[in-house]
Design a protein around this ligand. Structure first.
Ligand SMILES: Cc1cc2nc3c(=O)[nH]c(=O)nc-3n(C[C@H](O)[C@H](O)[C@H](O)COP(=O)(O)OP(=O)(O)OC[C@H]3O[C@@H](n4cnc5c(N)ncnc54)[C@H](O)[C@@H]3O)c2cc1C
Length: 403
């Protein structure tokens, strides 16, 4: 395979990697994916806002439409929503493949290809005018690129030297780590089971905020249609055992799920908090690798898609203009932070307040929402992707009243 013909190599064939590649419109891009199938293994509940679906380019794979949420604390519950459709539930395997199919019109893919970042200077002799290999062949004009890639594909290892490398390699981002980009953020582990034969209201998602079942996040039931749902949780530890305990013992959920049969099990991880540095030399990080995830809900698809578009556009501009040096790529970082940084910062603060609350406090919070008629306000102004406005109003009222 002629790797040297590519200007950009994107490591990771998830939604963020594909959408980045799709938006590098005027240059040769290769996406490498270590798995043999796009969209597998599943690590997602598949709930996406209407706006998020548009940002992802209206992919295939919708299995259900959602009109709102039931929120349960230990002793209280509220229902938020009306007849309006607010979100969609996706089968990620179908969605990811459809996004990849769209992207493949402009971009090449290589499956079963693992990318490893290496520092160019360790492996190539740098000369004034460019980068040279051991046989003294000029590999490319130097713009001061710092990183190259080792690609392992079907037992062979190739050393490649694209102008730009994108790390779209998910929450663990070995690419970001290899560049010594500080990964200081909270990581929660998640577990999820798809169940059939469930007895749920399939128009609404269920959210459980109950510290006796899940200490640091929440539990969800996301209906996938009439009698099918994903039940999952994220927490600091022991996600699988906590999920089984919830399914078997939660007084409300155990009734809804009493005849349920598991058909798919998945695990995953959530990054909470974004990286300060998402650009280093000729390397850019995007999606979960960069921490572009909503800290309150764990949703990463909308923010990831939004940032991937910016990432692709800035790379394209950089490659078009000889006059730009690598510093131009930093525009990606300032632009994506301008779009979603404020919401993520608010989400982290909101989470730290929720983390400190016990079940009594959370009951009181729901009681406050019911008594102060905030439900109508949430229905009218609530925004899954930008929740800070409404949550700030609620917190202001609640914390003022209680503390
Ligand atoms: C339990 C759970 C539930 C979630 N539910 C939702 C939800 O309902 N809604 C929502 O919006 N978000 C949800 N998320 C978050 C969402 O799944 C992620 O934000 C999203 O998948 C991130 O996309 P990505 O492209 O950045 O990374 P990924 O989808 O993780 O893709 C990264 C890809 O890179 C590949 N890769 C990694 N390393 C290498 C390498 N070295 N070489 C080659 N390939 C490599 C991986 O195989 C993978 O395919 C959930 C997450 C979890 C854990």
């Amino acid at each position: 395979m002629d790797f040297e013909k590519y200007d950009v190599i994107v490591v990771g064939g998830g939604p963020a990697g594909c959408i980045t590649g799709e938006h590098i419109k005027n240059h040769k891009v290769l996406i490498i994916e270590e798995h043999s199938t796009i969209g597998v293994p599943l690590q997602c509940a598949g709930l996406i806002s209407k706006r998020g679906v548009e940002e992802l380019g209206n992919p295939q794979g919708v299995v259900n439409k959602i009109k709102g949420a039931y929120i349960y604390s230990k002793n209280k519950n509220i229902k938020i929503g009306n007849e309006e459709i607010r979100a969609y539930v996706f089968e990620r395997k179908i969605m990811d493949k459809d996004i990849a199919k769209r992207t493949s019109k402009k971009v090449d893919f290589l499956l079963k290809a693992h990318g490893k970042l290496i520092e160019t200077s360790n492996n190539f002799k740098k000369n004034k005018g460019g980068v040279w290999n051991n046989l003294n062949n000029l590999l490319k004009e130097s713009k001061g690129n710092n990183y190259s890639l080792l690609i392992n594909h079907m037992g062979e290892t190739y050393r490649v030297n694209p102008k730009i490398i994108v790390g779209a390699d998910g929450v663990k981002s070995s690419i970001g780590r290899s560049a010594s980009i500080p990964m200081n953020r909270e990581i929660l582990s998640g577990a999820q089971i798809e169940l059939i034969n469930v007895d749920v209201d399939d128009d609404f998602v269920y959210v459980f905020l109950d510290k006796s079942y899940c200490r640091d996040f929440f539990i969800w039931i996301i209906p996938m249609g009439k009698d099918r749902a994903r039940v999952g949780l994220c927490d600091s530890s022991n996600a699988y055992n906590k999920l089984i305990n919830f399914i078997n013992n939660h007084p409300i959920a155990s009734q809804m799920l009493k005849n349920a049969i598991p058909v798919e099990f998945s695990v995953g991880a959530l990054p909470l908090g974004y990286l300060k540095n998402t650009v280093k030399g000729n390397l850019l990080l995007v999606g979960d690798a960069a921490g572009q995830v909503k800290p309150i809900s764990g949703g990463g698809l909308y923010y990831g898609a939004k940032s991937a578009k910016i990432c692709g556009k800035i790379i394209d501009e950089y490659l078009m203009e000889d006059k730009y040096d690598l510093k131009y790529l930093k525009n990606y970082e300032s632009l994506w932070k301008r779009e979603i940084g404020g919401e993520i910062d608010f989400g982290i603060k909101f989470r730290s307040i929720l983390k400190k609350m016990n079940n009594d406090n959370i009951d009181k919070l729901l009681e406050f929402v019911i008594d102060s008629e905030f439900i109508e306000h949430i229905v009218k102004k609530g925004d899954m992707d930008n929740p800070s406005k409404v949550l700030r109003d609620i917190l202001k009222g609640f914390l003022g009243n209680i503390f």
